[in-house]
Design a protein around this ligand. Sequence first.
Ligand code: PEP
Ligand code: MG
Length: 893
Amino acid sequence: QKFVYNFGSQTDGNATMRELLGGKGANLAEMASIGLPVPPGFTISTEVCTYFYDHDRTYPASLAEDVKQAIQSVAEQMGRGFGDAANPLLVSVRSGARDSMPGMMDTILNLGLNDETVEGLAKISGNPSFAWDCYRRFIQMYGDVVMGVEAANEESEDPFHVILEETKKAAGKAQDNELTEDELKELVVKYKALIARETGSEFPQDAYDQLWGAVGAVFGSWKNERAILYRQQYGIPAEWGTAVNVQAMVFGNAGNDSGTGVAFTRDPASGEKVFYGEYLTNAQGEDVVAGVRTPKAIAEMADELPENFADLEKVRARLEEHFKDMQDFEFTIEGGRLFILQTRNGKRTGLAAIRIAVEMNKEGLIDQKTALLMIPAESVDTLLVPVFDPEAQEAAKKICGGLPAGPGAATGRIAFTAAQAEIEARKGNKVILCRSETSPDDLKGMLHSQGILTTRGGVSSHAALVARQLGKVCVCGAGDITINYEKKTLVANGVTLKEGDYISINGTTGSVYEGLIESADSEVKRVLEGTLKAEESYTYQLFQTVMDWSDEFRTLRIRTNADTSAMAEQAVAFGAEGIGLCRTEHMFFEGSRIDDMRQMILAVDGVQRREALKKLLPMQRQDFVGLFRAMGDRPVTIRLLDPPLHEFLPHDDAVRRQLADKLGLPLEFVIDRIKALHEENPMLGCRGCRLGILYPEITEMQVQAVFEAVAEIKTNDGTEVNPEIMIPLVGFKAELADQLKVVRRVAEQVMKDKGVTIDYLVGTMVEVPRAAITADEIAEQAEFFSFGTNDLTQTTLGLSRDDMGLFYDEYQRKEIYSKNPFASLDKTGVGKLMQFAVANGKQTRPDLKLGICGEHAGDPSSIDFCHNLGLQYVSCSPPRVPIARLAAAQAAL
Ligand code: PEP
Ligand code: MG
């Protein structure tokens, strides 16, 4: 089996072989084969990494011989010998995963130097202090990375650095590169002594020993803490592994006509087409990154090294032309000769991703499809959310971090209760609602807040879900914060803030700051609202271009989860084509409605309950009229009441008393009823369709409100509305049959009373495994399925939506969940149930309508899955509609 791939005079790989060669190895091969000046080398494939971890950190038997041959070939091409005392070949050893993980894994430079070869290098370069500088750098890196000599903890200094500083001080030198040959020799002696002292082993002198040590360290670094953390952040699977690249060294520290740098073919922050980067003369790669000396802007090179700069400009153009993407590349100039050491698609901000894609298309470099595929769908968000002024954010004091749950920037006064949030907001103040966690009681406070900060709860906790749906900024699960409701204080990492103090949260990064940070509405939002002209906003034009292209290619429909006409309007402005989920319970939170709702819940029998429902009927009908108007003739799915009723009841004694007074009921009665409705496990209790089965009068009222609203719109506006009634939490076809009967009876009655005919559908949510497993039976009753993947995930994984805080970090650290299953669909588990449900549901009813309305409907990789599953639509929160449009297009491409 082939484990080693050469690049140079003979090149075995190419850019398409990322899986095997890693991103760096694949691109080195590609650059070598298109004639760019790449120092020769070879790549040990990711399969060896897999073998390494499967076989107790050992290698395939044939590897040693293959590596030996490869290194001899590199030596020949360079006219040198590996370990040859007179004319030594030096190499770099670097990691390279399929997706770049900048700085996360280990690198070793100048490998091949020892007490003898350093003399050889001194002679052939005619520059002994250069040779000794390389040697001391190599010992330092090798000592750290391979032999584990490093700072004892975060506060203490790197021991090599300490010795370097002492030596510089004794010699009276300010800069590393001012040290003389003798001083560098002394440094080498001290470094080797340090290693022997710390590890009990000598620094290895044999070049092959060095090489195998370095290769092992690079493979080993795939599982270092940093790398694991990075993989979690970016959803990179642990199974991928890294490749190892061994490449002939070229020297940027060989004199003043040498240098090294890092450059981007376009500005990675703004996306503007300008050459961007920095370099240092007489330096090696790590000097630029390490900040030992301050690098110069790439533009200065035009004066300092004009010929090299001209070459570099050519390389810049060639790289973009060839790789058809913005490149981030490393170069070294040795004695006036330019070499390219690495290139990769550059990391960029969301804005830059969009701008680069659109402009590269306009420049004729890529077609529309390629452009769309180049934009991470999430990055559309960066054009929509309010932003912090970058300088102000930089200057602010960060007090802790949490989960970035609702993107954007929000600043305001701290309120610890929903009521306080409302009071502050009515005073005209901006508010950040800070809670341990939120409940439906807090919705009003959330509406009055700029942003929501919670100390518990994950990305699909109540706070996060509602925040995203409302387009509110949200940081949740900020575990370092302690809120004391009594003292009205918030403490985080030694900082104490009081109610009314300013706090700022960045829901895109999850950071929390003390004090006020200035922010502004996005330009796109201002254009959509009409306060800014489209032609005055380049950002808006970019947004619109991407949306137009997306709509051309996608086949999935994009609906939204909305419960108010305001949300519906916003979603339509963002391009929503219907409502896939109206959570009717949300309609009862506003104003005094909650009390009418509470009266209904407290009712002891059907008669009392009907009385209370009579009050709710006109409100609900008016809401539906508003919602249908906002949506025009677009389809609207109304879900019947879902949550456990006691969630609406007050937990606070004072509020209970108020409620009793208001309803003219004895306090004890209210307390007893609340007790009677208490459930240990409400999420698996009397909720969903069980409510309507137990209290059919609730279903009757809701259906009546829907159909009367439709009749009103039909008569007054002449608009054809075709409502879709959705029954939640169904697991048995008999449950559905029970509710279906009520729905049809009331619908018929209203149509008869109003003298209209209304085409409507009745369907179900598929959100418990039993519904998916018996989809063939359920489909006998249901005209559509909408996957409620929040509950389907909760019930399939046996994992509470609201309580994963205690173990989630450990699960992430151990890479048990590659992604949060509530944010990104668990395709192998929950996804399989969905597949099964689709196939079996369609067998019973070939024209079964299929959609998804869980939070996953706004997640690009889940959208891709839904596209492939053959769903007709995804329904996400309004602010995610544009992301979903792009993600749906990408899924179709
Ligand atoms: C779901 O469970 O996925 C769903 C959409 O319903 P809810 O989040 O309201 O429980
Ligand atoms: Mg649900």
